[in-house]
Design a protein around this ligand. Structure first.
Ligand code: TYD
Length: 210
């Protein structure tokens, strides 16, 4: 992990990324358990909304009464992330924990930078400010075809999930391009959760030797 001006903390920072419906939350949970079983101290977390401030930001972003323009959406996601990094992620890394986060900057690059059309560079810049330059040790992108993701939709969608199939396809295309550009680990999220968990674990073992 490379960090901003405050030094490189000793823990490890693993992020799971992917479109809505890729099974990311299940896999983040499985990975956290696997690391715990190997004797690691794990800080499982997520974005948006893992802090007190973040819970309110999440409500405003996903279920609030107000329309949210794309630049406001990007800035509020980055604000959530700034609070998350300073009060949860960086303290855990300083303690030497393994942080497993369900989403991080990559989500903003894909959703706001790509699908909302704000541009990856602009969104990366506000996130660099928001995070103080903290980047993960490993990003695992759980990839599935758009048709598979759309078929997995169930229950009431939040404001961003409810954008429809064209938006979902744009997010997926943005993730594919980002994964290539940044060298993220790509895991096929099409099989059942057990098979995907084995693949995620194999990736983490290969890349970070927990
Ligand atoms: P998430 O909590 O992963 O969804 P769920 O409640 O279904 O588990 O994310 C909520 C939504 O926020 C999701 O549609 C992705 C979106 N999002 C962004 O658009 N940008 C971001 O930076 C983040 C972290 C999430």
């Amino acid at each position: 992990m490379s960090a901003g001006g405050t030094g490189t903390p000793p823990g490890r920072f693993v992020v799971l990324e992917g479109c809505d419906g890729c099974g990311k939350s299940t896999q983040a949970d499985r990975l956290a358990r696997a690391l715990g079983a190997r004797g690691r101290t794990v800080c499982p977390t997520f974005e948006p909304g893992a802090t007190d401030l973040g819970r309110d930001l999440r409500r405003l972003l996903l279920g609030g009464p107000h329309a949210v323009v794309p630049r406001a959406e990007a800035l509020l996601m980055a604000a959530d992330r700034a609070q998350h990094v300073d009060t949860v992620v960086r303290p855990a890394l300083e303690r030497g924990d393994w942080v497993v986060s369900d989403r991080y900057v990559g989500s903003s690059l894909a959703y706001q930078g790509g699908a909302r059309g704000l541009g990856v560079d602009a969104v990366a810049a506000i996130n660099d400010f928001g995070t103080g330059g903290l980047v993960p040790d490993l990003v695992v992108y759980l990839r599935a075809p758009v048709a598979v993701l759309a078929a997995r939709r169930s229950g009431p969608a939040d404001r961003i999930e409810g954008e429809g199939d064209a938006f979902l396809a744009a997010v997926a295309a943005a993730y594919d391009a980002l994964a290539t550009a940044h060298g993220w680990a790509v895991v096929d999220a099409t099989p059942g959760p057990d098979e995907v968990a084995v693949a995620v674990w194999g990736t983490v073992v290969r890349e970070l030797a927990p």
